[in-house]
Design a protein around this ligand. Structure first.
Ligand code: RP5
Length: 164
C-alpha cells in the first residue's frame, strides 16, 4: 500500500477493539493508514513528538481515540495544524460520557471534530477521513458515492414483518 495519509492513534491497546472500526473503514476504501498507541498521560513526550512530526511524516488527517480523561485528541490538536478527528472510547465507569465531554469541549481556536461514543463514532471518523481525502481524489469520491448508494439501497429493501 502507499504511504499512509491517515494516522489512527489511541491511548491504550484496550481502545483498539473500538478504533479498529475506523481502520476497517479506511481499509474498505483502500486508504492507507498507520495505527499506533500514543498515551497523553503515560507517554506525553511521545505524544508531542508524534504531533510535531505528523505533517513531515505525510499524514493529512489524524484520528485520535481515548477513554476516560480523554486528553489525547485535544493535545494532539494543540501541537499540529492537521485536522484531528476525536473518538470517545467507552469507559469502564461512565460509559464514555467522560470521554465525550473531555474531547468535545475544546476551547475556541483549537478544534477537534468529535464523533459519537464507541464503534459508530470510530467508523464515522474513518468515513469522515475518507470524505476529506475524496476532495482531492476523484476515484475515492466515486467509491464514497457508491458506498452511500448501496447503504440507501439496503434501507429501501427493508421490510417489517408481523405488523399487528
Ligand atoms: C485512556 O485510558 C485510554 O485511552 C483508555 O481508554 C483508558 C484505559 O486505558 P487502559 O487502562 O486500558 O490502558 O488513556
Amino acid at each position: 500500500m502507499s504511504k499512509p495519509l491517515v494516522a489512527i492513534i489511541m491511548g491504550s491497546d484496550s481502545d483498539w477493539p473500538v478504533m479498529k472500526n475506523a481502520a476497517q473503514m479506511l481499509a474498505d476504501f483502500g486508504v492507507a493508514y498507520e495505527a499506533r498507541v500514543v498515551s497523553a498521560h503515560r507517554t506525553p513526550d511521545l505524544m508531542f513528538e508524534f504531533a510535531e512530526t505528523a505533517i513531515a511524516q505525510g499524514f493529512q488527517v489524524i484520528i485520535a481515540g481515548a477513554g476516560g480523561a480523554a486528553h489525547l485528541p485535544g493535545m494532539i490538536a494543540a501541537k499540529t495544524t492537521l485536522p484531528v478527528l476525536g473518538v470517545p472510547v467507552p469507559s469502564k465507569h461512565l460509559q464514555g460520557q467522560d470521554s465525550l465531554l473531555s474531547i468535545v469541549q475544546m476551547p475556541k481556536g483549537i478544534p477537534v471534530a468529535t464523533f459519537a461514543i464507541g464503534d459508530a463514532g470510530a467508523a464515522n471518523a474513518g468515513l469522515f477521513a475518507v470524505a476529506m481525502l475524496a476532495n482531492q481524489d476523484a476515484a475515492l469520491a466515486e467509491k464514497l458515492a457508491t458506498f452511500r448508494k448501496k447503504q440507501a439501497e439496503k434501507v429501501h429493501a427493508m421490510s417489517l414483518s408481523e405488523q399487528p
